[in-house]
Write a protein that binds this ligand. Structure first.
Ligand SMILES: *Cc1c(COP(=O)(O)O)cnc(C)c1O
Length: 397
C-alpha cells in the first residue's frame, strides 16, 4: 500500500542531488542550486500525470486542505459538507479556516451520499468536500453536478486516492481544487508532503502565495517580493520533494501491483455467500490500496475483524471502532477540545456534534471490514491470504 515499501536507490539519488548543492529551500538561491528544482519538478510531473493545469506542493496533506480552502475563499462561518468517514485532518482544516464542518451520511461507496449532501444544504453552505476513502472514489459525477446546480464550491480530499480515476479523469480534478497527501503511509510519500491541484489560474496564484506568507514569487530577489495577500508557511523542503520525485515515477508500478493483488482477493472472496464488496462507481479507476467488503450485520463483521488476524491475516481494519477515521470516536471534536478558542465556538448557533445521528453511516461502517493490500506480497502470498480469509469468513457466515 504505501510508497515507502518501494523506497530505494532512486529516492537516495534524488536526495543526494539536493545534498550536493546544499540548497534545501524550494525558492531562490538560483546560482547555488545548479538548476535543481525538486519541488517544481514534482509539481510539473504531477500536473501532467493528473491532466490538470496547476499543482502546488506543500508540507502535508493537511496543509493542502488548508491552502485549498483559503485559495477557494472558504472561511469564517461558511458551512462545508463532509463525510463522517475520513481522516481527522479534513475537519481540522475546516475548523481552522473558521468554517463549520457539516456531516452528511455516507453510503456503501464509503463516501458521501449525494442525496444526503443535498438534504444538508442550508443558506450558509459554501462548499462540499468529498473524501475518496481507501483509494476509491465517491460518486463524484453526481456530487459535481449537485455543486454546479446549487452554486457550491467542490473541493476534493483525494489524499488517499492518488492515481485513482473516474471514467478516465483523475480524482482530485473534478472540483475547483483537489488535495493530496504524501505522508509516510500514503500511496507515494515525500516523508511528509501534500499537494493542491487546480485548473483555475486564480486559485493557483492564491494557493502558492498563501502557502508562503503571501509572497507573489515575482522576480528573483525574495527580499523584494510583494505580498498581495496574508498567508502562512506551508512550504515543503527540497529534501522531501526529492523523495517525492522518485516516488512519483513509481506510481504506475505501485498501482499495477495493488490492482493485481486485489484481483486475487476479489476472485477468492466472490465465492463466499454473504460477502458483498464495497460499491465502487468506476471499478477501473480504483487504486486498490484496500479491499473493503460488507458482512450481513455488525456482529459478524466484528467477529471477522477479530478472527482474521488470529488466523494470520494481518492488516485488517474495522473502521467503525477506529479513532482516526470514523466520527464515533472523535470525542475531541464533539467537545471542541482545543487549547485555543476555535472560531466555531464564537458562533451563536454552533453545531452540537455530540447529538449528531448518522444511522445510515453507522449501518454501513458497522458491517465493513477493510484489508490493506501490501506491495510486498507476492502472488503466492496473496493467494494464501485469500484462502485463509475465505476459510475464516465461511466459519462465520
Ligand atoms: C492522510 C490524510 C490527510 C492528511 O494528510 P497528511 O499529509 O497526513 O497531513 C487528509 N485527508 C485524508 C483523507 C487523509 O487520508
Amino acid at each position: 500500500m504505501p510508497g515507502f515499501e518501494l523506497f530505494g536507490q532512486e529516492e537516495r539519488d534524488e536526495v543526494e542531488e539536493v545534498l550536493e548543492t546544499g540548497v534545501l529551500m524550494r525558492y531562490g538561491f538560483d546560482a547555488a542550486r545548479k538548476d535543481r528544482w525538486k519541488a517544481r519538478s514534482f509539481e510539473q510531473m504531477l500536473a501532467k500525470r493528473l491532466g490538470v493545469a496547476h499543482c502546488h506542493l506543500v508540507g502535508s496533506g493537511t496543509a493542502a486542505l488548508d491552502v485549498a480552502l483559503n485559495a477557494c475563499g472558504i472561511g469564517a462561518g461558511d458551512e462545508v459538507i463532509v463525510p463522517p468517514f475520513t481522516f481527522v485532518a479534513t475537519f481540522e482544516a475546516i475548523l481552522k479556516a473558521g468554517a463549520v464542518p457539516v456531516f452528511a451520511e455516507i453510503d456503501d461507496t464509503l463516501c458521501l451520499d449525494p442525496s444526503a449532501v443535498e438534504a444538508a444544504i442550508t443558506e450558509k453552505t459554501r462548499a462540499v468536500m468529498p473524501v475518496h476513502m481507501c483509494g476509491a472514489m465517491a460518486r463524484i459525477d453526481q456530487l459535481q453536478h449537485l455543486c454546479q446546480q446549487r452554486g457550491l464550491t467542490l473541493i476534493e480530499d483525494a489524499c488517499q486516492a492518488l492515481g485513482g480515476t473516474f471514467h478516465g479523469k483523475a480524482l482530485g480534478t473534478f472540483g475547483l481544487a483537489g488535495c493530496f497527501s504524501f505522508d509516510p503511509v500514503k500511496t507515494i510519500t515525500c516523508g511528509e508532503g501534500g499537494a493542491v491541484v487546480t485548473d483555475d489560474a486564480r486559485v493557483y496564484e492564491l494557493a502558492q502565495a498563501y502557502a508562503d506568507h503571501g509572497h507573489d514569487h515575482i522576480g528573483n530577489d525574495r527580499g523584494l517580493e510583494k505580498h498581495p495577500i496574508l498567508g502562512t508557511n506551508h512550504r515543503i523542503s527540497e529534501l522531501n520533494a526529492a523523495v517525492g520525485v522518485a516516488q512519483l515515477r513509481k506510481l504506475d508500478t505501485i498501482l499495477q501491483i495493488q490492482r493485481s493483488r486485489k484481483q486475487i482477493l476479489v476472485s477468492a472472496l466472490s465465492a463466499v455467500d454473504g460477502v458483498r464488496f464495497r460499491t465502487i462507481p468506476d471499478e477501473a479507476g480504483d487504486t486498490a490500496t484496500f479491499l473493503t467488503f460488507f458482512l450481513p450485520d455488525e456482529e459478524r463483521a466484528r467477529k471477522a475483524a477479530a478472527a482474521l488476524p488470529e488466523a494470520g491475516v494481518d492488516g485488517c481494519f474495522y473502521w467503525f471502532d477506529n479513532n482516526w477515521h470514523y466520527i464515533r470516536s472523535w470525542d475531541h471534536l464533539k467537545r471542541f477540545s482545543s487549547p485555543a478558542k476555535l472560531p466555531v465556538q464564537l458562533l451563536s448557533e454552533r453545531p452540537d456534534y455530540r447529538r449528531l445521528a448518522l444511522p445510515q453511516s453507522d449501518a454501513v461502517m458497522g458491517r465493513a471490514v477493510s484489508m490493506l493490500i501490501k506491495l510486498g506480497w507476492s502472488e503466492t502470498e496473496t493467494q494464501e491470504r485469500a484462502e485463509k480469509t475465505v476459510e475464516v469468513l465461511r466459519g462465520i457466515l
